[in-house]
Write a protein that binds this ligand. Structure first.
Ligand code: FE
Length: 233
């Protein structure tokens, strides 16, 4: 439990202790070999997010960083009872065991990155339409206020981490997590995420994280994916 408390960092909403681990949220995954976690295909070409995220950034981020997390996960589960288990189960199994921190870090980063790629799409961004629009209004008082809160969370995350839009008891909240930490390790339901590790933006924006976050919100965020997650049980 100590790990949960030290890893978790809320910016809005409840600070209630969450004791469970994520077993309710699943992501569609391609078929994989029986004993290993696989690198899922990107949902768009390497240059699909140009010019806001370049093919150079995407190819390194996906082909090097994400792949390395997959490789490390597979190395650490090889020959153990976790080999062949769903990724969510591997993350949950490692979440509360300090001795499994290397596995948690790798497996959670596999999951987080797969979710991040789907949180973006070509010609995305802007205010949501559809089922999320009234929920954004109810939770934040309008899209502009949401955008301000989300941007502030992304800019104030010290060091490496992630910022999430989550649905908690059907109310939307913004959540920050450090390093590899992930909402599914806290039985929370993520709708969207932005990667604020420097490797996500440094080649394109150098130290200008604010420009990356603005571009992400204005041109990349995939509200359709968020809406799919909202109704997923
Ligand atoms: Fe990353």
């Amino acid at each position: 439990m100590e790990n949960d408390l030290t890893r978790r960092q809320f910016v809005m909403g409840t600070t209630a202790v969450v004791t469970g681990v994520g077993a309710t949220l699943t992501m569609p995954r391609p078929a994989r070999a029986a004993s290993s976690t696989e690198l899922p295909p990107l949902p768009y070409p390497d240059n699909g997010l140009d010019p806001y995220i370049s093919s150079n950034t995407l190819s390194f981020h996906y082909g090097k960083h994400h792949k390395a997390y997959v490789d490390t996960t597979n190395k650490l589960i090889e020959g153990t009872p976790l080999a062949g288990q769903p990724l969510e189960k591997i993350v949950a199994s490692a979440a509360d065991s300090p001795e499994k921190a290397p596995l948690f870090n790798a497996a959670a980063q596999v999951w987080n990155h797969s979710f991040y790629w789907k949180s973006m799409r070509p010609k995305g961004g802007g205010a949501p339409t559809g089922p999320l629009a009234p929920k954004i209004d109810a939770a934040f008082g309008g899209y502009d206020a949401f955008k301000k809160a989300f941007s502030e969370a992304a800019l104030s995350q010290f060091g490496s981490g992630w910022v999430w839009l989550i649905a908690s008891a059907d109310k939307l909240q913004i959540l920050k997590t450090s390093n590899a930490d992930t909402p599914i390790a806290h039985n929370l339901k993520p709708l969207l995420t932005i990667d604020v590790w420097e490797h996500a933006y440094y080649l394109d924006y150098q130290n200008r994280r604010a420009d990356y976050v603005n571009a992400w919100l204005d041109h990349l965020v995939n509200w359709e994916f968020a809406a799919e997650n909202l109704v997923r049980t």
